[in-house]
Structures are given as structure tokens and as C-alpha cells.
Design a protein around this ligand. Structure first.
Ligand code: CP
Ligand code: NVA
Length: 302
């Protein structure tokens, strides 16, 4: 089983939530069961990472296993060895592969040739482990996900895509407000709309942040310039002006908690006042990456 898209979590997400809650409670008591003793996770990072790298590595340590950090720069991959041959080789050594890559197709290609589970640790298209732990965080706070309203403000990017698909699957009412031209990909929106018919989730794609956040339980934002888009920075900064999560916007949703996958570009998509304020749950989100990914790793390798 691979986890390349949030949709790959469809049949296991509720089990993952239950198991993550248990692992989190045990960790709070200082109890760590060696559920993955002797198992190894290879982690390939084409881009920078703080949370994903550290949370996956600590997850494997706490579960009694081992994680291996691999940079394509130091691998033969960087000298032209194919993704397929890398997948075949790693599959002979390790029990699962986590990869953060620029191109989603490269991760699909890796999974096609790997005989061990492959986990997407962020591509240009999706960030499923992030979204899984974010829904876990929302569920912890609200007690349920059904009928919860999540408003995403900013770029219709990888994080937005996974939240959109996850909302559609889990019955979360999802509204996003992006500048024109920065909406989530139509294919993903279509998939979400058809899934939402089953779960009862309401999906709306808007351009007005104030309208989007009205009545929201959670307001979510992410950077305006994702990794790999640095050459578009200037144009994006102009387009996203007006899409900042600040105290003015929060007036339209006084009860809402504020979320961000991090890293944040303070003063751009979110103000210091908001990210450091009462409504912010960004550190809970960051912590839950650890617990939720432990649950996913146990499910895949246990
Ligand atoms: N949210 C997230 O994936 O953070 P990193 O880029 O630090 O891994
Ligand atoms: N959208 C951001 C998320 C980083 C975790 C990026 O792709 O850079």
C-alpha cells in the first residue's frame, strides 16, 4: 500500500486517527512500544524540511526502528541512476520509503517500481501526511469532523489539494478563497466534488476571503510562494495581497482557530499577531505530525 494522495488513506484514516490518539496518550505517559523494532524507513528529500524530516525520524526512533535521511545530491540518483532502479534497490534494504520531491510523477514512478510502501512527504501536487494530521488536530478540538467548516485562504497549492480531498472524504465543509488564477487544480476540485456527494461535505471555491471565513471553525493558510516557485515570487506577492490572515479577517469568524502547516512567512500570508495569538493552533498541528505519522507507519510496516 502506498500513500501518494490523501485518497490513498480512504480506508484507513479512521483507524489512523484512533491509533494516533492512543500513541499520543501513551507518549504523554512516557510509554513507547517498539512496534517497528528492526524496521527501517528510507527518507529521500529533494527539498528542505524541518517538520517532515524530524517527525518521521523521531517517529521511527520512538517505535524502535530506524530512519535513514537520503539526499539525492549524495545518491546515485543525482548522477543519473533512474528512479525505477533506485526504487528496486531500496526495496531490497528498507521496509518503506518516504519521499519529498518536486514532481508528483516522480513519486508515482518510485512507487510503481518499489516493492515496499512509498509515502508522499510533499510534492507539487499533494501533502497527504500534513492533511491527515491536520484533520486529526481538528477532530481533537471539535470532537468530530462531521459538519465542521474549514476555510482555506491563499494559494490553491499542494497543501490545499490534500485538505480539499480530505474534507470531501471526511465530510468536512471546505471553502477556499484564492486570487483568480491561483485556484486549486480543476481535476482535484472535480474529484472532491464527486466524493463530497457521498460524504455530504460542501465544497466551495471562492475568491473572497471574508466571505470564505464567515462561520468557519478553522481558518487555514500556507505560504504564497511554495518551494520551487521562487522565480514567481514577485508576481505572487502582488497577486496575494488581500489574502493575508490577519486580525481584520478574523473579525468575520470570531470563533475560528487558525491553522498553518508551517513554515510561515510572517508578515505575508499571516501576521505575527495572529500566528502568536489565542486562536492559533499551529504548534499543536506541528506536534500531531509525529503522532499521526507513527500511526501511519505502524499501519504500513507493523
Ligand atoms: N509542514 C511541513 O511539511 O514542514 P517542513 O517543510 O518543515 O517539513
Ligand atoms: N506549500 C508549501 C508547503 C511546505 C510544507 C511548499 O510546497 O513549499
Amino acid at each position: 500500500m502506498h500513500i501518494l494522495s490523501f485518497l490513498d488513506l480512504k480506508d484507513i484514516i479512521n483507524e489512523v486517527f484512533e491509533s494516533a490518539a492512543q500513541l499520543k496518550a501513551e507518549a504523554r505517559q512516557g510509554e513507547f512500544k517498539e512496534l517497528l523494532k528492526g524496521r527501517t524507513l528510507a527518507m529521500i528529500f529533494e527539498k528542505a524540511s524541518t517538520r517532515t524530516r524530524v517527525s518521521f525520524e523521531v517517529a521511527m526512533t520512538q517505535l524502535g526502528g530506524h530512519a535513514l535521511y537520503l539526499s539525492p545530491k549524495d545518491m546515485q540518483l543525482g548522477r543519473g541512476e533512474t528512479i525505477a532502479d533506485t526504487a528496486r534497490t531500496l526495496s531490497r534494504y528498507v521496509d518503506a520509503i518516504m519521499i519529498r520531491a518536486y514532481r508528483h510523477e516522480d513519486v508515482v514512478e518510485l512507487a510503481r517500481h518499489a516493492s515496499v510502501p512509498v509515502i508522499n512527504g510533499l510534492t507539487d501536487l499533494e501533502h497527504p501526511c500534513q492533511a491527515a494530521s491536520d484533520f486529526f488536530t481538528m477532530r481533537e478540538i471539535k470532537g468530530t469532523l462531521n459538519g465542521v467548516k474549514l476555510a482555506y485562504v491563499g494559494d490553491g497549492n499542494n497543501v490545499c489539494h490534500s485538505l480539499l480531498l480530505g474534507s470531501a472524504l471526511l465530510g468536512v465543509n471546505f471553502v477556499c478563497a484564492t486570487p483568480r488564477g491561483y485556484e486549486p487544480e480543476p481535476g482535484i476540485v472535480q474529484q472532491a466534488i464527486s466524493l463530497a456527494q457521498e460524504s455530504g461535505a460542501k465544497i466551495e471555491i471562492l475568491n473572497d476571503p471574508a466571505e470564505a471565513v464567515r462561520g468557519a471553525d478553522f481558518i487555514y493558510t500556507d505560504v504564497w510562494v511554495s518551494m520551487g516557485q521562487e522565480n514567481e515570487a514577485e508576481q505572487r506577492m502582488r497577486a496575494f495581497r488581500g489574502y493575508q490572515v490577519n486580525s481584520e479577517l478574523l473579525k468575520h469568524a470570531p470563533e475560528a482557530k487558525v491553522m498553518h502547516c508551517l513554515p510561515a512567512k510572517r508578515g505575508y500570508e499571516i501576521t505575527n499577531e495572529v500566528i502568536d495569538g489565542e486562536a492559533s493552533i499551529v504548534w499543536e498541528q506541528a506536534e500531531n505530525r509525529l503522532h499521526v505519522q507513527k500511526a501511519i507507519l505502524v499501519k504500513l510496516m507493523g
